[in-house]
Every structure is written in structure tokens, then in C-alpha cells.
Design a protein around this ligand. Structure first.
Ligand code: 8HG
Length: 298
């Protein structure tokens, strides 16, 4: 299989899914709980049920093996191989970043993180909802939004809802959008839907731009500031030279590296100089480390 050539991954078909072998630097907990994505449920057996790209899958990692249920070879090839960024060697990234002792600690904590290649449209709306919000609340709003406008999928006697596509929203009446509990962000969601629907905002085109240009474009959407734009760029457009600075990233960068209170601009400049093209990866190891250990929490 061509797409597997670049990795040593072996794919075995099992009942109701696939078993991947020789997968390195993959820990489901680190991947789903690091803060980059919101649509997953942790199950009793430590697996994760995930809704993405209009599908529901169940993912469990164990050492160098990853089991993905409710899928097949075709979807793995067309969706999940890229989604999990399996063509990238994270060991090399970690070695490069570990030249820095502080990064070494953070990486050890989240050594199985991979930056998912998420859908730009879903990521745009999700991170508009994320502004000045807490992660459980963000996840709740995205779920309610999906329940209101997405498609139902039954899996293991439970109902899941896909994130609505632009087409799903074409006839939607937004009079009750407040029920998704996104508060003041609801008006931004409606505006973003309108801009993407009428072609004013072309996310695929933005994805093909350099980070600086793409950021400028995304910021034309109300509710998208520099931080939200950077999250969209990193989590769905493969712009790994970005370093989204939210409260957590501000605190941890100040505390671990700069050793003083700093402006957001200074923090971005620091990251660019220190981590360069690997800034986005460094950011995610640090974000997970900071939140899990509550570093810098005042
Ligand atoms: O992965 C993330 N990185 C950064 N820098 N910010 C994030 C991530 N995930 C996430 O939800 N956020 C933002 O952090 C959204 C929200 O403003 C805050 C939640 O603690």
C-alpha cells in the first residue's frame, strides 16, 4: 500500500476494524486529551470514541499497537492515516526539541502527542467557540451544535452526531442557535457560516497560503483573533510554525523560559526564534504539560 511506504506500519484487519502495528509516538490519551480536539469520549476500557469527518471510530493504543474500531482499510487510507499524521516521524521532532532541557520534560509528559489534521471548517467553528471559554464548556457547545444541525450515527447502542457540513446548514434556521450555549459567540458562528456559505471565505484556498497570509484572511471573520486563527492554522491547516498563545501558553512560556511577565507579541517572537518551524509541536507538548500539571495557574 503506497501510503504506508513512508512508515513501517502494518495494518491487520480484525473484527469490526483494524489493528495497526509498528506505530511509534502514538498515545491515544495524549492525542485526544492534549487540548487540540473536542469530540471524543473516554470509555471504561481507556479507549476513545471519536467523531470526525462524518464518522464514529473507537481508538485504543497499547505500546506500538493501535486498534481502530468501526472502520475499514478504505477509510484508513482515505481519512485516518492523514488524520493521525501517521506519515510523520515524531521521534525526530522530539529529538530536535529536546535539545532544550525544559522541552525535554514537557515532551516526556506527552510523548505520544500527534497533531491531528482536522477539518478546517469544524476547527474554525470549534475555536470560535473556544474564545474565553473552558474546555468542558467548549466540548459541550460543539456537541449541542452538532446535535442541532448534524447527522445522527448509531454506534454501540449510543447516538452520536456528526459536525454539520455547510450543506447540512444550508436550510438551517438559526433562531434557536442560543441553545448550543455558546453565548456571545453565537453571532460569530452565524456570521462565519454565512461567509463560508457564500464563498467570501474559502478555507481550502486559505489552507494553501503561507501562515502569515492565511492568518490575515482568517481574522476577517468576526470572533477570530490572532489566537483563534493560530489554532485553526495549526490544528487543521498544517502550519507548524505557529504558536497559539492563550492564557496557559502565556503563563507557561513566561514561567519556564522568559522568567518575567511578557506581552503576547514577545512570546510569539521568542517561540519563533527558539522553535522555528517546530513551534506548533512545541506549543502542544507545553500546553498539555501546563494544563495537566497546572503550571503557572494563579
Ligand atoms: O491546544 C491548544 N493550544 C492552545 N494554545 N490553546 C488551546 C488549545 N486547546 C484549547 O482549547 N485552547 C484554548 O485554551 C481555548 C481556550 O481559550 C483555552 C481553554 O483553556
Amino acid at each position: 500500500m503506497d501510503y504506508l511506504k513512508q512508515s513501517n506500519i502494518v495494518v491487520e484487519v480484525i473484527r469490526d476494524g483494524l489493528l495497526l502495528k509498528n506505530v511509534y509516538d502514538f498515545n491515544a490519551k495524549h492525542i485526544f486529551e492534549c487540548g487540540q480536539c473536542f469530540r471524543w469520549d473516554k470509555e471504561e476500557d481507556n479507549s476513545y470514541t471519536v467523531i470526525a469527518f462524518g464518522k464514529v471510530i473507537n481508538v485504543k493504543s497499547n505500546g506500538n499497537e493501535v486498534r481502530i474500531l468501526n472502520t475499514d482499510i478504505r477509510d484508513f487510507k482515505e481519512i485516518w492515516f492523514e488524520y493521525f499524521d501517521l506519515g510523520r516521524d515524531y521521534s525526530r521532532i522530539k529529538t530536535a526539541l529536546s535539545a532544550d532541557d525544559t522541552m525535554k520534560l514537557a515532551i516526556k509528559y506527552g510523548e505520544g502527542i500527534r497533531i491531528l489534521k482536522q477539518d478546517p471548517w469544524e476547527t474554525l467553528i470549534s475555536f470560535i467557540i473556544s474564545a474565553n471559554n473552558r474546555i468542558p464548556m467548549i466540548a459541550r457547545s460543539i456537541n449541542l451544535f452538532s446535535q442541532m444541525y448534524g447527522r445522527a450515527i448509531n454506534y454501540n447502542d449510543k447516538v452520536y452526531y456528526t459536525f454539520p457540513t455547510i450543506k447540512d446548514l444550508s436550510e438551517a434556521d438559526f433562531s434557536d442557535i442560543k441553545s448550543c450555549k455558546a453565548g456571545f459567540r453565537c453571532k460569530y458562528i452565524i456570521k462565519a457560516i454565512e461567509m463560508v456559505r457564500n464563498g467570501e471565505m474559502n478555507l481550502e484556498k486559505i489552507k494553501s497560503m503561507k501562515a502569515i497570509e492565511a492568518e490575515k484572511e482568517l481574522k476577517k471573520i468576526p470572533g477570530v483573533g490572532i489566537k483563534v486563527a493560530n489554532c485553526i492554522l495549526l490544528f487543521s491547516m498544517q502550519k507548524y510554525d505557529t504558536y497559539p498563545v492563550d492564557v496557559w501558553m502565556k503563563r507557561i512560556t513566561e514561567e519556564l523560559f522568559l522568567k518575567r511577565k511578557s506581552k503576547v507579541g514577545e512570546i510569539s517572537d521568542f517561540a519563533q526564534k527558539r522553535f522555528g518551524d517546530l513551534s506548533g509541536f512545541a506549543q502542544e507538548y507545553l500546553f498539555y504539560y501546563a494544563r495537566e500539571l497546572k503550571i503557572g495557574k494563579s
